[in-house]
Design a protein around this ligand. Structure first.
Ligand code: GLA
Length: 728
């Protein structure tokens, strides 16, 4: 039993293998947050100290007791309107325009298994793997009922939360702010680590002290964004990879989001995560309800490594669905950096021949195959094959590629429309534009209103026509701009709902693809990693990590991404040198070693590389198959912090039982007469001896973990060293 309700004390405890989350139905029916952290079996309500506080008001039913104030109590789902002035988790407005409500406990139910959420991604579990508690709060006068749902994943130490709001009154209400997760933690001085960046430089960790000035991140772009990821860590000020309290919070949502932490006047810390409240207003008529996206959280008492391991296991087992979870994903070669828009079937078939010869398993035809698209100004929305350009039909091309023994993949960007397209001529109102106003183009394209079902239907049917007529094994689904000019032409006036409904429409589109083509593997992409989040991973088991394929930049991008997301979710390709984005040249061995820490592939013309490099490609592909089970199922260890250590970067993927590990070291700087650097490994058996398959040398597990491995000093920039350790 992972969920325990103690009647006498009114305490609800959610227990996972190593953590406890505790709430109490407090006086007057207010739901209080007591504790989240190391597993324990104790009544934590003693932590709450109540005093008469100036300017912290008291609900009228407390009578003369001036020590009870929601403004000073740790709460589980703080709503505006009952005396708590802190940034809140729930703000509603009624038909008269009055703000706020006063939510009190109504009841709860405990169920086996894990709840799901209509139209939104949610973690799943077998009935014996997770438990659910639904706690109902309500304000009858305001006509609102709120269900707080918690899913407890015992084995992976993860707890999920989601909220359902229902209009139980007779008049319309508006939800203006709804956080999926909120908690007030007592007695913690903490840092917040967020993962920020830009196009081509995603998920760079940044650590800031949580003080009285709120720290917040979020997106208003219609996607989770390159700039901020809907994942963050709250941790001890001293916490590191192996030490300290660390909490991870992620949102299973790919649209506008918001996260905030701050210390409030009496010292507790509020942590919130949910839908972006800006431009959000959701009306509910009598009997209607709204479901928030799901948040997931984990706690580690030994720092970030354990935190990542819990989230990786949760994502692999409870977010990514079958059949993608099973089996080896094929090594692909993508036409983008090999040919950009300049190709025909002949060129693609040549690319396929060269790829096949070296052992690649799949050819992906990227942008440029439809409408009359030869650059990025045209044709989005016109999803019919440009047979004139290709010189054959898509079905013929796919068949020829299959004849060569390769799988075939196709790039699509369903959410977009070019002004220069037949679709735009026919349906200019299908693009987001506010009538009579100037509008924003980005990459010279506009966004289709995916909040409207008929538009999703049209795009789906057009693409289904292509897919039905060609044997396609993989789809790369892209999204290459942020959303502006939010307006819907379907007569609905509730513009505050559209960004959310857009996201639901986009999920619906992919879900339909998944259902109709269960054998097709879908890779997510938004100009690289602009929509790399746990919501997307429910639909697309791998995501193109970044448009930046420079291996040295990728070291940092993959490092930041790894805090939340497992290597198997990260699309990682070897590309040409000098790199197309940075101009840097990195040896093939190093480019390969870096890409092997993800879902591996190539993004270059394999016919144009030297014989020596071809040999390295063959070796790289062999290594991918050799290490694949480990990369997929193993535990990922960040051995260095490339944001700080500018000399070298190292990471390791070890079998859970410590019998095997792959360690990768990349030198980031080069010196004359260099000193020797040592890197300490992790996750090995201390009392065992390992043989490095790549060098034939043997090492003691204890020695590698406590004294380290001397990085060879050899001339040249950006060297890579890969050790494949097998227990002897
Ligand atoms: C985005 C993707 C690239 C490529 C191009 C095609 O930038 O991230 O990988 O598919 O679009 O236009």
């Amino acid at each position: 039993m992972s969920i325990i309700f103690e009647k006498e004390s009114n305490i609800i405890s959610l227990n996972t293998a190593n953590t406890t989350y505790q709430m109490q139905i407090g006086k007057y029916g207010y739901l209080l947050h007591l504790y989240y952290g190391r597993k324990l079996n104790a009544d934590m309500s003693y932590l709450i100290q109540s005093y008469d506080r100036g300017f912290s008001g008291n609900p009228s039913d407390t009578g003369e007791d001036r020590t009870f104030s929601l403004d000073a109590l740790p709460q589980e789902f703080p709503a505006y309107g009952n005396g708590d002035y802190r940034d809140n988790a729930f703000l509603m407005k009624d038909a008269d325009g009055t703000f706020g409500c006063d939510l009190r406990y109504e009841g709860h139910r405990i169920e086996k298994g894990k709840y799901s959420i209509p139209s939104l991604p949610a973690a799943f579990a077998n009935d014996d793997e997770a438990e659910t508690i639904v706690i109902t709060l309500s304000d009858k006068n305001a006509g609102v009922e709120v269900e707080l749902k918690y899913g407890v994943f015992e084995r992976s130490d993860v707890i999920t939360r989601a909220v359902k709001v229902k209009n139980t009154g007779k008049r319309k209400i508006f939800v203006n702010r709804i956080m999926s997760s909120s908690m007030d933690m007592l007695g913690m001085d903490a840092d917040m680590i967020t993962f920020n960046g830009r196009h081509g430089n995603e998920r760079m960790p940044e650590r800031s002290h949580i003080g009285d000035t709120a720290l917040s991140i979020g997106s208003r772009r219609g996607t989770s964004s390159h700039q901020h990821n809907p994942f963050f860590i709250v941790c001890d000020r001293e916490a590191n990879e192996d030490y300290g309290d660390a909490y991870g919070f992620m949102l299973l949502y790919s649209g506008n989001f918001f996260a905030e932490t701050f210390r409030e006047q009496y010292g507790s810390m509020r942590i919130m995560l949910g839908i972006q409240p800006d431009m959000f207003e959701y009306p509910l008529d009598e009997g209607e309800s709204f479901d928030s996206p799901e948040a997931a959280m984990t706690y580690s008492e030994t720092g970030f490594t354990k935190l990542s391991h819990s989230l990786h296991s949760f994502i692999k087992n409870n977010i990514i669905r079958k059949p993608e979870n099973d089996g080896i994903r094929p090594v692909l070669v993508n036409s983008w950096e090999a040919a950009f828009f300049d190709f025909n079937a002949e060129k693609i078939l040549k690319l396929a021949d060269d790829a096949k010869e070296l052992g690649v398993g799949m050819l992906v035809l990227d942008d440029g195959w439809f409408g009359h698209r030869n650059d990025d100004f045209t044709s989005l929305g016109d999803w019919y094959v440009n047979e004139g350009k290709l010189g054959c039909s898509m079905g013929e091309l796919a068949a020829k590629i299959h004849e060569k023994g390769l799988k075939f993949g196709l790039w699509i960007e369903p959410e977009m429309i070019s002004e220069d397209s037949d679709l735009y001529k026919e349906h200019p109102d299908w693009a987001y534009r506010i009538p009579g106003r100037n509008f924003i183009r980005s990459r010279s394209q506009l966004v289709l209103d995916f909040s409207r079902k008929e538009i999703v239907d049209h795009i789906f049917n057009a693409l289904a026509e292509v897919i039905d007529n060609a044997d396609i094994d993989y789809i790369k689904m892209d999204m290459n701009r942020s959303i502006t000019d939010v307006y819907t032409g379907d007569g609905v006036q509730n513009y505050g709902t559209i960004m959310h409904k857009y996201c639901i429409g986009m999920y619906d589109f992919i879900e339909r693809l998944r259902e109709r083509y269960p054998e097709i593997l879908i890779e997510g992409c938004s100009g690289g990693g602009g929509r790399f989040d746990a919501g997307m991973l429910h639909y697309t088991p791998q995501i193109w990590t970044s448009d930046n394929t420079d291996a040295i930049e990728r070291v940092k991008i993959q490092y930041g991404t790894s805090f939340a997301y497992p290597p198997v979710t990260m699309g990682a390709h070897v590309s040409v040198v000098p790199n197309q984005q940075t101009g840097r040249s990195v040896p093939m061995k190093t480019r390969t070693a870096v890409a092997l820490a993800g879902t591996f592939g190539y993004e270059l013309d394999l016919g144009l590389i030297s014989d020596e490099e071809k040999e390295e490609v063959r070796q790289g592909i062999a290594d991918y198959y050799k290490y694949n089970a480990l990369v997929r199922d193993g535990l990922y260890y960040r051995l260095t912090d490339p944001m700080k250590n500018r000399e070298f970067a190292a990471w390791e993927i070890a079998a859970e039982d410590g019998t095997e590990a792959v360690v990768t070291i990349v030198t980031l700087d080069t010196h004359c007469n260099s000193p020797v650097n040592y890197v300490r490994f992790k996750g090995l058996k201390a009392d065992a001896v390992y043989r490095d398959e790549n060098s034939g040398k043997s090492y003691s597990g204890a020695a590698l973990m406590s004294a380290g491995y001397p990085i060879p000093v050899i001339p040249g920039e950006y060297n890579a060293f890969v050790l494949h350790l097998i227990l002897m």
